[in-house]
Design a protein around this ligand. Structure first.
Ligand SMILES: *Cc1c(COP(=O)(O)O)cnc(C)c1O
Ligand SMILES: [Zn+2]
Length: 429
């Protein structure tokens, strides 16, 4: 079993004509003090305890990348391999990414908007955007030589780690809060890794995993390989731009749990400009949505505070229920500097958001999608969204995973006996 720390793999040299899958990532850099580190499964700066981010040779990428090169790549996140910190690895590939970006004219009409798009990430192998981060994290974990993978999860990450580990023949340990939706436990356990239900909330699970990551030579996707994991989220930004004909939206709305996805969407857009795939500067506004029952980032924004106060989650949007968000400050900063906003929506609004998206666009999203849709409604009501903007709404998980949330609210339109008369007397059609 490798002890992650010693198995550092150098990146391959870059150059024109480099094949897809070349790794232009140079190492890790502290997001706070800028100190640089070798490529290794470490996640915080030993100097200032800041979190680490992957650093790329953007000039080298700029010299090889092109829209044509990307278009000739696979219809998955790996068409953007030049901008990812790991090379494609078939062993952990389930076909993640290149999900539909659909024009949502009926939802737009309902909200009085001119141009609205929905990025439908329910269509990933395990039906959430987490497949993006896990696919990248596990490709990197294999490069580092790990044979056991693990995670602390609010549900979707558990599904994805268990599935990708099964595909790759890797051992897996996923840790989840014991009160998770039955659907999400089942859709993890089916992959026959180890599922550990922990008596506590996500923040307790996360603390435990930080301890376990020190004690076991395992790749914890969102602990010791988090810097690589989080880069997978950027593919949502790349796909959005490519699917819009290499243009950026004016305004995006994304759900926030730890805040990582939102910050990486912005990072993804900025990298596209930096490597010359789109014209800069990037002016996309970035807005974030949380459930009121767990809204530490949105609350700081609304109270115009610089302090994110941890909370005890109490919401049906369990996939977003992180009370102490690791990337909260970075997310707040992106929202503020791009002139976006953060909103918090009630659980009733979450359910209404799920139903609204389903009945206007035919997309069944999980509670997190209800948060995002209801968040957009709130942003429209608040006048934050300009009705003439080109808006993209990120729908990150499938509704079949959170049936409990809508079960009390929807059912048959009518129950009738099997006769023509019974139908006619019930429906005046
Ligand atoms: C994990 C998750 C998110 C966002 O998570 P971040 O921690 O903010 O990156 C969004 N939607 C769903 C469905 C998720 O599972
Ligand atoms: Zn530092």
């Amino acid at each position: 079993m490798p002890s992650g720390e010693t198995s550092v793999k150098a990146s391959k040299p870059a150059g024109a004509g480099a094949p897809l899958g070349s790794c232009f990532a140079q190492g890790l850099r502290c997001r706070d003090c800028g100190r640089e580190y070798e490529m290794a499964p470490v996640h915080f700066c030993e100097w200032c305890f800041g979190s680490l981010e992957v650093a790329y040779d953007l000039d080298a990428i700029r010299s090889v990348i092109s829209r044509e090169r990307i278009a000739s790549g696979p219809r998955s996140i790996w068409r953007y391999a030049d901008l990812l910190p790991a090379a494609y690895h078939p062993r952990v590939d389930l076909g993640t990414g290149f999900t539909p970006l659909v024009r949502a004219d009926r939802l737009a009409a309902h909200l009085g908007l001119r141009e609205l798009w929905v990025k439908d990430d329910t269509r990933n192998p395990t039906n959430s955007f987490k497949d993006r981060v896990v696919n990248v994290a596990l490709a990197k974990a294999l490069e580092f030589g790990f044979e056991t993978v693990a995670c602390a999860s609010t549900g979707n990450l558990a599904n994805s780690v268990a599935a990708h580990a099964a595909r790759g023949g890797l051992a897996s340990y996923v840790f989840v809060p014991a009160n998770l939706e039955a659907g999400k436990i089942l859709t993890t356990a089916i992959f026959a890794g180890n599922v550990v239900a922990v008596d506590g909330n996500y923040d307790d699970v996360n603390r435990l995993c930080a301890e376990l990551a020190d004690a076991f030579p395992w790749a914890f996707v969102n602990v010791n390989v988090r810097a690589f994991y989080s880069e997978g989220s950027k593919t949502l930004a790349y796909e959005t731009a490519e699917q819009l004909g290499w243009q950026l939206p004016d305004h995006i709305v994304a759900p926030m749990a730890s805040g990582s996805l939102l910050t990486k969407l912005h990072k993804g857009f900025k990298e596209l400009a930096a490597v010359g795939l789109i014209d800069g500067p990037v002016t996309t506004r970035v807005s974030g949505a949380q459930a009121a029952g767990c809204s530490p980032i949105a609350t700081a924004f609304i109270e115009q505070s610089d302090v994110i106060k941890p909370v005890k989650p109490d919401t049906i949007a369990k996939s977003l229920a992180i009370g102490n968000p690791a990337d909260g400050y970075y997310a707040l900063d992106v929202v503020r500097t791009t002139s976006g906003a953060c909103v918090a929506v009630s659980d009733d609004e979450v359910v209404e958001g799920m139903r609204l998206l389903a009945r206007t666009e035919g997309i069944f999203a999980e509670t997190a999608g209800g948060v995002t849709t209801a968040g957009l409604c709130q942003l429209v009501r608040d006048g934050v969204v300009d009705p003439d903007e080109r808006i993209v709404l990120y729908i990150t998980g499938h509704g079949l995973k959170t049936l409990d949330a809508v079960e009390p609210h929807v059912g048959p339109t009518a129950t009738i006996s099997p006769t023509l008369e019974a139908f006619k007397s019930t429906f005046a059609v």
